[in-house]
Design a binder for this molecule. Structure first.
Ligand code: G
Ligand code: G
Ligand code: MN
Length: 618
């Protein structure tokens, strides 16, 4: 899943409403009526059969700071071009061969999209009849030929300012200034077409505030409007984050709108992962959780969020709006301050997830976690030389929940940090115990999440643990995944160096499955690579896998690293890996993850019978 979405994601939640053509404010065009619009970025189209004239006018406009100027000299294609480009303003000659300016103007006024586009008519004659006729079919302004540059710039500017204002009125909600239903429907239609063509999803969040009607009834319309404005403000500023997993280009960022009454809508185009909707929904709920100050009162709004996903839940804007609204109603009847999906399956999955998440919050303090240990075997010495600690969760009410289910949830909620700290502590205690029992050269590996490194608390914790468990000096191994190393910041890199200085070894887990960039191997000094079990499972028959395993082993060795193969289940795999020169073997053949008390017995058994024997693994 992509966590580093474009910084432009959710932009619409942060920028003030802007209507109609939405240019970016570069600051170097002529200033606009609305601070958010640079007039210079609006498209101005000139239609005149005389190339000299469009050339000259174009130059005047460029000098005045306009950057999108289109000249058309063939009147017969003019209308088609106007429809395609939808300019903010048209300068139109009346007398042209083929099609007259009157005809073009008339056609524009009958076109839904072009009905209100300002048109400045260029006239050579100061003939009042012509002007009257042009006015009667919808000209906005006149400009006499030959064109005077200052007059031109003035007329163009005035027309554009009006156009922007007009668009703003048509496209925004007067109370909050947010885009309105019209804008939403238009964007949604476009996003849906794109999503149906590709494999992306579109998310639509319906946000309702439940106390609004009551508030308006008791405190009046003005108070209601004030609350809506504050809510819009919070949604704009506080829901913006660029790690939501919402991929967006400049042209298609998310959009925050207000429809009628107490409804806000958030449109999330181009989702790679539906979970991104949940992250935004939570942010919305969080943003609206605190009461609002309205006059002298503090008022809580109890928000509910409904989520519709396209194309799964619906494929038309109308369907999606209805589904999102229904889901919001469900969230509301489920007690508010929560979100619901538009589909039953997703709701069930989300509920189950929420239950796991809630229970996981107490897992550490209620002592529901424990560690099991999977042995690592050295085929040359014929004995167990290490273990990997793996977390298990004993949750009574929800039944058994496996790590591949709860670890990702722990990662997403940040609970992995305390859980991982607990694991490190527990594994060090157990390692110390084993060593006192005589298993002296045993290395104890613990999985460490990228978030633990990012928290910055790990070096102090490790230093403390090594002090308390001195036998663990030189015996502790931290397993990291490739992703952690690839994204590593200088701070993380410094921590890694610190660990090695303390005698803690570093291992790359699931080697070959991550981004598989060799780059990080140049920058970090590491001790071990663990070849992922996907490369092992079809050995020895799969020749290409064997070649890859051989290459990885050579790579590791030439960098002075130890090489471990994971997921070894058969004696043939073991023989083949030993022949390749892999240093250690981990997998069900050697032993399943086991209770710590069983390890010593297993180690002794292997030392006597050999690892390749068909042994009943614990
Ligand atoms: O045994 P297995 O199902 O335990 O583990 C599933 C996944 O969970 C593996 O990728 C493993 O690395 C991860 N995992 C198991 N225990 C821990 C732990 O203590 N911390 C972290 N970060 N990951 C763990
Ligand atoms: O990602 P990491 O290597 O930390 O995860 C170890 C995971 O691999 C655990 O879920 C563990 O139960 C599993 N595992 C360990 N040995 C074997 C094996 O031989 N076969 C299979 N299929 N899984 C294994
Ligand atoms: Mn591991």
């Amino acid at each position: 899943m992509d966590m580093s979405a474009d910084a432009a994601a959710l932009d619409a939640l942060a920028t003030p409403a802007l209507a109609g053509p939405t240019p970016t404010n570069t600051g170097d065009g002529p200033d606009g009526a609305d601070g958010a619009v640079a007039l210079g970025d609006l498209t101005v189209m000139m239609i005149d059969d005389e190339p000299m004239l469009t050339e000259v006018i174009g130059t005047y406009l460029e000098d005045a700071g306009y950057s999108r100027i289109v000249g058309i000299n063939d009147a017969t294609v003019a209308l088609e071009q106007v429809r395609a480009l939808n300019p903010a303003l048209v300068l139109l000659d009346l007398v042209m061969p083929g099609v007259s300016g009157f005809e073009i103007l008339q056609a524009m006024r009958q076109d839904e999209q072009l009905r209100y586009t300002p048109v400045i008519v260029l006239t050579a004659a100061s003939d009042p009849d012509t002007k009257l006729k042009a006015l009667s079919i919808g000209a906005t302004e006149f400009l006499a030929k030959p064109v005077d540059p200052s007059e031109l710039v003035l007329r163009v500017r005035n027309s554009l300012v009006l156009k922007v204002y007009q668009d703003r009125l048509a496209n925004s909600d007067p109370v909050t200034g947010l885009p309105n239903r019209r804008v939403l429907m238009e964007r949604l239609r476009g996003n849906l077409a794109q999503a149906l063509a590709g494999d992306r999803k579109v998310g639509l969040l319906h946000v309702r505030l439940d106390r609004l009607q009551q508030l308006q009834a008791t405190l009046g319309q003005t108070a209601g409007d004030e609350l809506l404005r504050s809510a819009a403000q919070r949604l704009r500023s506080r829901t913006r984050r660029d790690d939501d997993g919402v991929r967006a280009t400049r042209a298609e960022t998310s959009l925050l709108c207000r429809l009628d009454g107490d409804e806000f809508l958030v449109l999330l185009p181009n989702l790679a992962d539906p979970e991104a909707c949940v992250r935004v929904a939570r942010r919305v709920l969080h943003a609206l959780a605190e009461p609002f100050q309205v006059g002298n009162d503090r008022i809580g709004v109890s928000p509910s969020v409904g989520i519709a996903l396209a194309p799964d839940d619906g494929q038309t804007p109308e369907d999606l709006l209805a589904i999102a609204a229904a889901a919001a109603a469900l969230a509301c009847s489920s007690g508010r301050n929560t979100y619901r999906f538009g589909s039953r399956q997703r709701n069930q999955a989300a509920m189950e997830r929420l239950k796991i998440e809630a229970a996981l919050h107490h897992a550490v303090e209620r002592r529901e976690l424990r560690l099991v240990y999977q042995p690592k075997f050295d085929p040359l010495q014929g004995r167990i030389v290490g273990v990997e600690a793996l977390m298990r969760w004993q949750q009574t009410e929800l039944g058994p929940i496996f790590p591949d289910r709860f670890i990702p949830i722990a990662e997403e909620t940040g609970l992995i940090v305390p859980m991982g700290e607990w694991a490190l502590q527990e594994a060090c205690e157990q390692g110390e115990r084993w060593m006192r029992q005589g298993l002296e050269s045993l290395k104890v590996a613990v999985n460490v999440s990228g978030q633990q490194l990012a928290s910055g608390a790990l070096p102090a914790l490790v230093a403390g643990l090594l002090e308390r468990h001195p036998r663990m000096r030189g015996a502790l191994v931290l397993e990291l995944t490739e992703g952690v190393l690839i994204d590593a910041s200088p701070e993380v890199n410094a921590q890694l160096q610190q660990f090695r200085a303390q005698g803690v070894q570093l291992s790359i887990d699931d080697f070959g499955t991550g981004y598989s960039s060799m780059n990080y191997l140049r920058h970090f000094r590491l001790d071990e690579i663990k070849i992922d079990r996907s490369f092992v499972k079809d050995l020895p028959a799969q020749r290409s896998d064997l070649s890859i395993v051989r290459a990885m082993t050579m790579l590791g060795h030439s960098l002075g690293m130890r090489v471990v193969a994971e997921g070894v289940e058969t004696a043939e795999q073991l023989a083949c890996l030993a022949e390749v020169g892999v240093d250690q073997i981990q997998g069900y053949l050697i032993g399943k993850p086991m209770h710590p008390d069983d390890l010593a017995g297993r180690a002794a058994e292997i030392a006597v019978r050999g690892a390749g024997q068909p042994v009943p693994a614990g």
